[in-house]
Design a protein around this ligand. Sequence first.
Ligand SMILES: [Zn+2]
Length: 319
Amino acid sequence: MNKDLKKFEEQNNIITDETLYFFDEKEQDKILDARPWRSDPRYFKKCKISLLALLKMLSHARMAGSNEVMGLPLGKIQGDTFLIMDVFALPVEATETRVSAGAECNEFMIQTIELLEKAGRKENVRGWYHSHPGYGPYLSGTDVMTQRLQQVGDPMVAIVIDPIRTMVSGKIQIGAFRTYPQDYNAPDDDHREFQSIPLEKIEDYGIHYKSYYQLEVSFFKNSLDNQLIEILWNKYWINTVTSSSLIVNNHYFVTGLNDLSSKISNQKSKSKKSDYLLTLDELLGKNSAQEKEPLKYALEKNQAVLSESIKNLLFSYKI
Ligand SMILES: [Zn+2]
């Protein structure tokens, strides 16, 4: 097995589980009839994604650079868990305020679903995925609206993937979300992971933060998929190795640092002390998220410089 793929699987905790692939039609019908999610807005707790689906989403999102992509996950329900077995990409250009899924796209979707049925695929479309290149997985105001519409045809999940942060950190940056009903009073108890949100998106993030919750995401694979996974991996990996993270993600680093400097300026203007009397802690704020953010950019930039140097040594070293 490919060494880098093995490392990627270990780093992201991908387990082999053959049992998840068995499709029990009767059991699916039973749970779809019972609809336990109707009476409990936090019914779904987990989202398990196959490595095949993950690599397809990552490659799709990477190809679009800083544009957003969109597609549909295929899967089933097991207890309080979404099992995502596969995905298919939609020919659609999406932005945070507008999704241009025209008639052409709907036609493509219907044709693909028909083809999948003909091919004997039993899994159904279980939501939608889209990418947030460089600004992290969360739901924007538009996404919350889209997901609320999706949930009318429940059970549906919203998956958001960040290909740029995945590339710079080496760790998959993905989130799976469910929205609450509009009149629901969201509890304060959910502990979300630290996220750095660009300044221009913070307001939108803050307003809609309590309209949805995050599911626990994990990954699995099947030994039968190995060959396909290696092909997809090679495509993704070669794309990653042959491109320079410093150049490809230049926009991400520059806007990230600008953003950070604006956040620090905002913090400074809130303080009554003059600049030179402020300690570093005061400049960055006591808030733990703000303390982590400069560190995050420093580590990512370091990693990019380091991998650039290693590639230079490996590929251009002359004896
Ligand atoms: Zn979005």
